[in-house]
Design a protein. Structure first.
Length: 242
């Protein structure tokens, strides 16, 4: 067959053009098997000339994946028209082959307040061709589960944290036409103070303040404090018990 297909042959294959474009727009690069499947769906035998023609159309349309300007889109449409495809069909096919921007639900992940030593999981539902999902924080792990038709589930795993620890980061989702950042927030509860018997008031009200690095008595009638048990001082000036 010549490089310029006969008009009747192009018309016979034309219904396959939009199907090719849709596959490309959803992130699939049609191979020979997919091309034969498309031909079967439009009732055309997978003869050599038909397969070769659709493969050629597919290669042209794949340029739409990275087309960023109207001039680039027009150039791709012109290449299709040079193969005998009508102008309107060529323009529509180029638009259909352009991957949609990524959309994600939920738009953020807030694990809330967690118990020390606990981790957590979340799932992001991504629509649009997703190339990769990455994280910077070593406490976050991601894995992908393809659901077909340009939809992907992104599993987000949060590893265990320490008392009082917090995390503010994001999952970076990268598609053919841009990227989306999904904020991730988590906070681990502080450990409750371990109370000891106060040597001043003899109540179970003495705890170690690890932030100020000193002992403090929670008994309002006592309130002794100090860097060690033998150096407790009474801020009210009351004499210590011996």
């Amino acid at each position: 067959m010549s490089s310029q297909p006969l008009e009747e042959k192009v018309n016979k294959l034309l219904p396959a053009l939009s199907l090719l474009a849709e596959r490309i727009g959803s992130g699939t690069a049609p191979d020979e098997y997919v091309v034969k499947e498309i031909l079967h769906s439009i009732g055309v035998k997978a003869e050599e000339w038909a397969v070769e023609q659709l493969v050629f159309w597919s290669k042209i349309l794949q340029g739409a994946i990275t087309a960023a300007t109207d001039d680039e889109k027009t150039d791709i449409a012109n290449k299709l028209q040079a193969r005998g495809i009508p102008e309107a069909s060529a323009i529509l096919a180029v638009e259909a082959a352009i991957p949609p921007p990524l959309t994600v639900e939920p738009r953020s992940v807030n694990f809330g307040s967690l118990k020390p030593g606990d981790g957590a999981h979340a799932t992001l539902k991504v629509s649009g061709p997703l190339l990769r999902a990455t994280v910077r924080n070593s406490q976050l792990k991601v894995s992908l589960a393809d659901r077909g038709s340009g939809n992907t589930l992104v599993k987000v795993q949060l590893l265990a944290g320490s008392p009082g620890e917090s995390l503010q980061d994001h999952v970076l989702l990268e598609g053919e036409r841009g990227q989306v950042k999904v904020p991730v927030i988590a906070q681990w509860e502080k450990e409750p103070p371990m109370l000891q018997q106060c040597p001043q008031c003899l109540k179970e009200s003495l705890f170690w303040n690890r932030y100020d690095k000193k002992f403090e008595c929670l008994n309002l009638e006592c309130k002794v404090e100090g860097p060690s048990l033998d150096k407790l001082a009474n801020p009210r000036g009351r004499p210590r018990l011996h």
